[in-house]
Ligand binder design. Structure first.
Ligand SMILES: [Zn+2]
Ligand SMILES: [Zn+2]
Length: 376
């Protein structure tokens, strides 16, 4: 006899929830999954009414589910949020160009505005060219550093209050484990937080922090969401790969392992004697940094001078301290200056709150007032 849904007791159970072991019908699974995300949002007071929220959208399963669920919950519970899709084009042919096509379809399917910012536009370098210069070994370092800043710059261009990313419970558990294995205590303290102030003034949060990857895949599949599932064509992060596999093995024996690691991470307190990096701003691009020159600028400097290993080293502290000269022959392309973007965003906000339309910018080059967000 077919088994009935543990929740509604009416419909036939078609799946067993990886997170709870409950046997449920499709509709009850959707409702339970969405309600848990809603509870995460409400319990942590992630947003305020009227906030402009950017959904970091890669076209992958996590961010596609996040976009769909954010739109659904915003309507169902009347959060009063303005939602945007914000995508980063790293310039990886055969990978990002295809996944961006998926994001463009999501834009049309969900009726959400989309902004794409590219590494080429922000830094003068695409990942394809960076890989040509540095090879396949260290390129993830460049990509990770550039992506983080690119999201903040994109958020300023859109005058966003907050960015949400599709990090799921498995990702968070992996990161906790990796920080423990590396002894990176400052990062261990930060990585369990659901909301971070953001390196660049704009808050960030992970509404899917407690959602299991397996359930995200199930949700995307059963909802027939349109997502892109190819892995990045450049080298995967081997260390994270091991942590990932380890967590999958633990999950197979005990499904609560993922949530247990997250709870353990949350319960750990960073001792008061641990030195935390002091934030200042990068002398070249204005981005927040713990050194005179931020890591992206140090990496760019190495690229421009033909010695890309300059900015890459084992610990971020070393890399931030790499000698990076401003000006002179072969000086780095200057990333779009953070302060200009910030001033523009603040002006936009004043105009928005005052009910006026922002002044259009049609002056490219030195007279540009929009940091290239409108006039290009
Ligand atoms: Zn049911
Ligand atoms: Zn910088």
């Amino acid at each position: 006899m077919p088994r009935q849904c543990d929740i509604c007791q009416g419909a036939r159970a078609i799946i067993r929830r990886p997170k709870t072991g409950q046997r449920v019908c499709k509709e009850c699974f959707f409702r339970a999954f969405e309600t848990e995300v809603h509870n995460t949002i409400v319990d942590n007071a992630l947003f305020r009414r009227g906030d402009r929220i950017g959904i970091g959208a890669s076209g992958g399963k996590d961010s596609t589910v996040l976009a769909y669920v954010m739109k659904t919950l915003n309507e169902r519970y009347d959060y009063g949020l303005e939602l945007f899709l914000l995508s980063i084009d790293e310039g990886i042919s055969g990978y990002r160009d295809d996944s961006l096509e998926t994001v463009k379809r999501n834009r049309d399917q969900y009726g959400l505005p989309l902004k794409i910012v590219s590494y080429e536009q922000l830094y003068g370098w695409s990942m394809d060219r960076i890989v040509e210069a540095v090879g396949r070994k260290n390129n993830c370092t460049f990509c990770g550093v550039f992506r983080r800043q690119a999201l903040d710059r994109g958020a300023l261009m859109l005058d966003l209050d907050h960015i949400v990313t599709g990090h799921n419970a498995d990702d968070v558990a992996e990161t906790i484990l990796m920080n423990i294995l590396r002894g990176d205590i400052p990062r261990l303290g930060r990585c369990t937080e659901i909301t971070t102030a953001g390196d660049g003034y704009i808050g960030r949060s992970k509404p899917l922090k407690y959602a299991y990857e397996k359930e995200i895949v199930m949700y995307a599949y059963l909802k027939r969401l349109d997502y892109f599932s190819t892995e990045c064509t450049y080298s995967p992060n081997a260390y994270r790969g091991y942590a990932r596999q380890f967590i999958k093995d633990l999950e197979a024996v005990r499904p609560s392992a993922i949530i247990d690691i997250i709870h353990s991470g949350e319960a750990m307190k960073v001792a008061s004697g641990v030195a935390m990096p002091v934030a200042t701003t990068c002398g070249r691009c204005g981005y927040i940094s713990s050194n005179a020159i931020c890591k992206a600028c140090a990496l760019l400097d190495g690229l421009e001078r033909g010695i890309p290993k300059l900015g890459v080293s084992r610990s971020s502290r070393d890399a931030d301290g790499a000698p990076a000269r401003a000006g002179g022959a072969g000086a780095a392309v200057e990333p779009v200056h953070f302060e200009r973007l910030r001033e523009r965003a603040l002006a936009l906000r004043r105009q928005r709150l005052g009910g006026a339309e922002p002044e259009p910018c049609d002056a490219a080059g030195a007279a540009c007032r929009c940091a290239g967000t409108e006039c290009q």
